[in-house]
Design a protein around this ligand. Sequence first.
Ligand SMILES: Cc1ncc(COP(=O)(O)O)c(C=O)c1O
Length: 400
Amino acid sequence: MTQGRATQETSEQEGRPLLNRRLAAFGTTIFAEMSALALRTGSINLGQGFPDTDGPEEIREAAVRALRDGRGNQYPPGPGVPELRAAVAAHQERFYGLSWSPETEILVTTGATEAIAASLLALLEPGDEVIAFEPYYDSYAACIAMAGARRVPLTLRAPGFRPDLDELRSLITPRTRLLLLNTPHNPTGTVLTPDELSGIAALAVEHDLLVVTDEVYEHLVFTGAHHPIAALPGMRGRTVSISSAGKTFSYTGWKVGWVTGDAALVAAVRSAKQYLTFVSGGPFQYAIAEALALPDTFFTGFLADMHRKRDLLATGLRAAGFQVYEPEGTYFITTDIAPFGDEDAYAFCRALPERCGVAAVPNSVFYDDPEAGRSQVRFTFCKKDEVLEEAVTRLGRLTG
Ligand SMILES: Cc1ncc(COP(=O)(O)O)c(C=O)c1O
């Protein structure tokens, strides 16, 4: 992975770098780098995936109420407040027909980010191999490294970004311990089909592999539907499923996430979580418990809104000259900058704010094989319509 390009924040002390070898390649995340650049240049930030409109007002009020009523202001229970665990269970039952025990099969975390870290730190031994789709969400590579394990990429290639299951089979070795999935997939927008999920599940069963699946965009699927792999035969006892409130309810700053899985798996993840954060922030948990119980109209309305924004940005990017890979899910669009005669996405993204006042992120940093994503640039569309329209106007100047 080319995170080595990220700025090295270590200073030398008696010839030894401060940042340890496992993390040396992971200086500053690309999101921090490009967001800082956006701020410095006054650009529209379509790099980092956070909405510029808060989620439902009644959910914010629920958080205020919890704070005022003193619910969760002191250490809440380690596994999460009972109300939120019950709400996660009800949500999984309602949308996927999956039933989990709130007592033993659900763990509340500090965002999906902690769930990913705790899962990998709990389940991996140094030297284990983890197969993950590249381009990766960047915390995967860092957490695999922190666990002392080795990442093995299964490259999703343009234009379709589908996983090649024969290639997946060929990557499995006796050291493979875990498959790390992400569907809907950031940054490509790929949503795994029932056939792909069945094929992956069959391989996991055949080779006795664990699966950690990051499903934070579960409610952002425009083509097809979201299917949790945990529901497939043989998967319940080997799958840790991860989700989060940030993307679904547009409160990314609250950092409320959760893990669902078989009791033994959740107990293992809980052991790691105890020594990362011990417990997660209290009052927001009560509010997200209410959010998960919102009526279907909330979820369908949110999706319709994002679908419209996707189309608005995709149309604008095409008109501006980008090659657009239309995402099936998430709130990102991956593009190719080859039509501009540019090849280096990282250089393109560093120059973009100065050139036209828009910031984006290069997908190339999410690949171990930089060639595979060399000319790909990712834009987010979780912004107000007028912001997207202005961004599109500015991007139009690239060729004008
Ligand atoms: C694929 C993926 N997983 C996890 C996260 C982080 O989720 P959270 O903010 O809940 O920690 C993100 C955020 O961008 C993401 O895109």
